[in-house]
Design a protein. Structure first.
Length: 271
């Protein structure tokens, strides 16, 4: 298989995310229940998470059979092409379970370990976000218009609106609540959206000044991290490190360093 042009991977990711989003939006049963749990009894998987991942991996494998996969609901194959798809079929499962609108399909493509394409489909917002490495970030809204994304100009930290998320393990949540309590007086306010992929895209779109979270997996952040960076945001983890499971931070450039420094001071990456 020849080395693909990133635009080809983007087209495939957009189509696949759209079809998975339609399945999740239109196929959600009225009596949707929990199919399994992950890290704790409140960290859930629904039958629709599993169905969406099967749709995504099936379509990608049909079109690009030599590619690898890394997916939240169990898809993990190495592949032989140098391309790996990093998939979160339903980011924001608890929101989806309760009928809240903030959830998304997240699909990223990596070439030899470097993220080169990211797509986040947010069906209930009727929005699609995407980016190609070095090519900027874009969104398509409800009326079909394409808009170039740019993060907000940096405010002073005490005027920054920042989002975060909470782990489903009780002692980790307790520590995260303590960190948030210490941060709130230093910021304009804190939001809790419930989908890392959407939060990262909201930083890209200028709807948030920053976002941080502990405990993310590669599939949670792969697409959104690229979209945020291509929109001009800075992303990372602890000082000098990339975003990872210890800490993910994304913010407009003038907010990134002071926010990251406070998170390090408050020990946001451990309990």
């Amino acid at each position: 298989m020849t080395d693909p042009n990133p635009s080809e991977l983007l087209a495939l990711a957009l189509e696949t995310a759209r079809r998975a989003g339609e399945l999740l939006r239109d196929g959600r049963p009225a009596d949707l229940g929990v199919a399994a749990t992950k890290s704790s009894p409140i960290d859930v998987v629904t039958e629709m998470d599993i169905a969406a991942e099967k749709l995504i991996t099936g379509l990608l494998a049909e079109r690009r059979p030599q590619d690898g996969f890394l997916g939240e609901e169990g898809a993990s194959t190495p592949g032989s092409s140098g391309i790996r798809w990093v998939i979160d079929p339903l980011d924001g499962t608890v929101n989806y379970l309760y009928g809240l609108p903030t959830w998304a399909v997240s699909i990223a493509a990596e070439r030899d370990g470097e993220r080169i394409v990211g797509v986040v489909e947010a069906p209930m917002r009727r929005e699609t976000y995407w980016a190609v490495l070095g090519g900027g970030a874009y969104a398509r809204g409800a009326h079909g218009e394409n808009t170039a994304l740019r993060c907000r100009p940096a405010p002073p930290l005490d005027q920054a609106l920042v989002s975060t998320g909470f782990n489903y393990v009780a002692h980790v949540r307790a520590h995260q609540a303590d960190v948030a309590q210490r941060l709130i007086p230093r910021l304009r306010d804190i939001r809790r959206g419930g989908s890392a992929a959407v939060d990262l895209c909201d930083v890209a779109a200028g709807r948030l000044d920053g976002y941080y979270e502990r405990g993310l997996h590669p599939w949670d952040l792969a697409a959104g991290d690229l979209i945020a960076r291509e929109a001009g945001a800075r992303t990372g983890g602890r000082p000098g490190l990339p975003a990872d499971g210890d800490l993910t931070v994304a913010a407009t450039p003038g907010v990134f360093e002071p926010l990251q420094a406070l998170l390090e001071e408050y020990g946001a990456w451990h309990d």
